[in-house]
Design a protein around this ligand. Sequence first.
Ligand code: BTN
Length: 282
Amino acid sequence: MATGPQSDSRLPPTLDPARIRRLLLDPKLPFAIESSVDSTNNRLAQHLDRGQPLRVLLAEHQSAGRGRHGRRWLSPPGRGLYLSMAWDFTTRARALSALALVAGLAVADAIARHSNIRLGLKWPNDLQVGGNKLGGCLIDLRQPGMQRCLAIIGIGINVDLGSTAGPDQPWTDLVREGGCNDRNRLAAMLINALERDLALFEQSGFAVFQSRWKNHDVLRGRHLRLTGNGTDLEGLGCGVDASGALLLETTTGVHTIRAGEVSVRHLNRDRRAPDRGAMGPR
Ligand code: BTN
C-alpha cells in the first residue's frame, strides 16, 4: 500500500450509463447518474417523492454527503463511488436492524469481484482494508404503512482520492490498495450484489448471512469498548447473533448490542485473541 498522497493521480473514468447497464444482471433496472447532488440518499428520496420510478442513483460529486452520526462524507468529484439504492421492503423497520450489515456484505462481494481486495467489516457499517476506512453505508428508513418500509441504502467507497485531503481518520482507497479505478464496473458489481443480497435478506432474514459476516468481521476476538446512549462497556467481541446484533463478552456475561445504540472502538489492537475466523489487516 502506498503511504503518501498520489499527487500525479489522474481522475478515474467518468460514470457511463451505457457501460454500467451492459454489466447489470437486470439490464432494465431504472437508474440515473447526476453530476452533482447534495447527497445521493436525499436526492433519490426526492425523485421517489415526485413519483419517479428510480431504484438507483449515482453521482459524480456530493456537496453535502452524509455519514453516520451526522458526520460529513467527503465526496470529491469523480474520486469515489457515491451510490444510493431504494428497496421497498414488505416488512416493518424493526426487522431491518441488520440491513447495514447485509449492505456491507454486498460491498465486500462487489469489491472482491472488481479488485480482488478482501474487505474487513466493522460492525455495524464500516468498510475497511487493513484497519483503514475504505467506505461506509448509511441507511435511511421510511415507514409508509404497517407492513412496508422503504429503505434508501447509501454507499460511499473511496476509489482514488489522489492528493485530495482524506477523511479525519485512518483511510484508504481502492487504488492505494492495488485495486482498479473503474467506477463503472464497480457500480455494476455493487448493484448486482445488492439486488441479490437484499432479496435474500427480505426473504430469509440475517441468519443466512451470519457465516459470511464471520469471514469479514474485524471485531471478533478483539478487546472492544462500547460507548453511547449512556453505555460504557468493555469486553471481547464475539461476533454477531442471528439478528445481526453485536455480542460482547464482559466480566458480567455476554451483552447483546443492537444497531444504532452504541459506537464501537478498539481499545488495543495488539491484544487480539487467536484467530477465530475474523479477518485481520492484510
Ligand atoms: C459512514 O461510514 O459514516 C457512512 C457513509 C455513507 C456515505 C454514502 S455516499 C452515498 C450516500 N449518500 C450520502 O449522503 N451518504 C451515503
